[in-house]
Design a protein around this ligand. Structure first.
Ligand SMILES: Cc1cc2nc3c(=O)[nH]c(=O)nc-3n(C[C@H](O)[C@@H](O)[C@H](O)COP(=O)(O)OP(=O)(O)OC[C@H]3O[C@@H](n4cnc5c(N)ncnc54)[C@H](O)[C@@H]3O)c2cc1C
Length: 467
């Protein structure tokens, strides 16, 4: 059994910044992450790329390279660090220490922590189009992960489809790496600029992010990659793997050859741990996803459990760092490591920075609205990939009286596979909300049970400190 003042789950921008800040206040810190190196999604494998594949830094770009200094600061902080370690259970009584169960090195280890900070980040919104389970169809984030962590290139002909900043970034990264992209199928609905305009004055506070966005758009325009706009009705076609992609663009049918189709419709908070411990969540209509309800200190509705970074609401890496810093300072005060007069300069500065970084969010939400067709899905499209449950079956469960995802799960096994509902949770909620004519808040989400990710019997049996 390991004891610590603060356990942080997730070594992305939020978790690393929180760890370094908490160490400065004198707290003992344990940071746990399932990846082999610190960095999270944006800076995945940054240390390996710097030491083994420095050429990759050129095409992954300056925002990626900036992660090297962040990882160095975290390593030097004196925080205890468990890489390649997966948290599969968290028990958080209102009073007393929290218990975390971690699969690490073939055994399950128990951690007792006075406070817990969840910095588990975001995941990509699943995009259940016809054919999305064919080999060769994957998410842009997955392809980017392979590029960052193994230097693996997606196979040509390569088509990218979706909407939002990560789509633009990956298209530009591919072009810079010399990876041929046959086409970008942009699903952003018409009128993006007009929708964004009312939010522009406020967004100017985050001018740095706006400039980066502008540069990405210019880089894509000058790359020569064909871009089809206002794409709808996207389908992946093929017998044993994807061979073609069909869609409509401005009402015209487009069909393209593809060996790889990469999808992306934005990112949403990873809900598994906050749901597991019963934190209150709220539906965010602009981003079509649930967020844990947080105080401005970053605390959830479960006392002593805080959230920082994209797991609490999508804000990007700089905002994640600031929320990590704020949460660490608040936790340090709560645990008595520091005694800060309210209005402490560091917190005020972090909050000011955060305000500027979040100011662009309404503009991005308006320009790149999440897909409105997911809740309308019907027919054979697989919704739960693990248990092969179709959209039609989910509608059938609604017609048979399932009021929410947990009843649909009992009828259909949707959400009971190895991904524990990560890939179908939002879609099932949206379809049920549509079928019942209710808001997703009224429909709810899967009740998440441990283990939140698969563990082996050996890892369970080798629980350290078990009676
Ligand atoms: C696939 C993907 C790719 C992205 N790529 C980019 C990019 O290139 N550029 C960009 O600007 N933004 C990117 N983003 C957005 C990006 O995630 C950030 O805004 C930023 O990294 C958020 O930081 P964070 O600290 O909140 O979380 P993250 O960086 O996501 O870090 C969360 C960490 O938590 C760990 N974790 C989660 N659950 C567990 C668990 N149960 N046990 C142990 N560890 C766990 C994960 O391994 C991860 O390292 C990407 C997002 C995704 C989903």
């Amino acid at each position: 059994m390991t004891s610590t003042d603060l356990a942080i789950i997730g070594a992305g921008p939020a978790g690393m910044e929180a760890a370094a800040t908490a160490r400065e206040t004198g707290l003992s810190v344990l940071l746990i992450d399932e990846q082999p190196e610190p960095g999270g999604q944006i800076w995945r494998a940054i240390e390996r790329n710097v030491s083994e594949r420095p050429d990759n830094l050129a095409f992954l770009g300056p925002d990626y390279a900036a992660g090297a200094a962040k990882a160095e600061r975290f390593r030097a902080s004196g925080a205890n660090y468990w890489p390649s370690a997966m948290v599969w259970h968290l028990d958080s009584p209102e009073d007393g220490d929290k218990t975390i169960l971690v699969a690490w090195d073939g055994v399950t280890r128990q951690v007792q922590a006075r406070s817990v900070l969840l910095a588990t980040g975001a995941m990509e919104r699943p995009v259940p189009i016809p054919g999305w389970t064919l080999p060769g169809v994957m998410s842009i984030g997955a392809a980017q992960t392979m590029l960052k962590s193994s230097g693996l290139y997606p196979q040509a002909p390569l088509v990218l489809a979706g909407s939002g900043p990560l789509l633009l970034l990956f298209a530009v990264q591919c072009h810079a790496a010399g990876i041929p992209v046959s086409a970008v199928l942009d699903t952003t609905p018409p009128g993006a600029m007009m929708r964004g305009l009312p939010h522009l004055p406020k967004a100017l506070l985050g001018w740095r992010t706006l400039l980066k966005g502008r540069r990405l758009m210019q880089a894509l325009a000058s790359s020569g990659i064909p871009v089809y706009r206002h794409v709808r009705n996207l389908e992946a076609l093929g017998a044993d793997s994807v061979e073609r992609v069909r869609c409509t663009s401005d009402g015209q049918t487009v069909e393209l050859e593809a060996t790889t189709l990469l999808l992306h419709e934005g990112v949403v908070p990873n809900p598994q741990l906050t749901r597991l411990i019963g934190c209150e969540h709220r539906w965010n209509a602009a981003q079509r996803c649930f967020h844990p309800v947080l105080s401005d200190r970053g605390e959830t509705s479960v006392p002593g459990v805080f959230v920082a970074g994209d797991g609490g609401g999508i804000g990007g890496a700089p905002a994640a760092e600031n929320t990590g810093r704020i949460a660490a300072l608040e936790i340090a005060e709560e645990l008595g490591a520091v005694n800060r007069p309210s209005g402490d300069i560091e917190i005020v500065k972090a909050r000011d920075n955060l305000r500027a970084q979040m100011a662009v969010r309404p503009l991005l939400d308006a320009m790149y609205p999440p897909p409105d067709w997911i809740g309308k899905l019907d027919g054979d499209v697989p919704v739960c990939r693990c248990e092969e449950v179709s959209a039609r079956a989910v509608r059938g469960a609604a017609a048979d009286g399932a009021p929410g995802p947990n009843q649909a799960k009992a009828f259909l096994r949707a959400g009971m596979g190895p991904c524990q509902g990560r890939m179908c949770g939002l879609t099932v909620t949206e379809i049920l909300a549509d079928a019942h004519g209710k808001e997703p808040d009224a429909i709810g989400y899967y009740r998440i049970r441990p283990p939140i990710k698969p563990v082996t019997v050996g890892e369970l049996a080798a629980l350290d400190g078990a009676d």
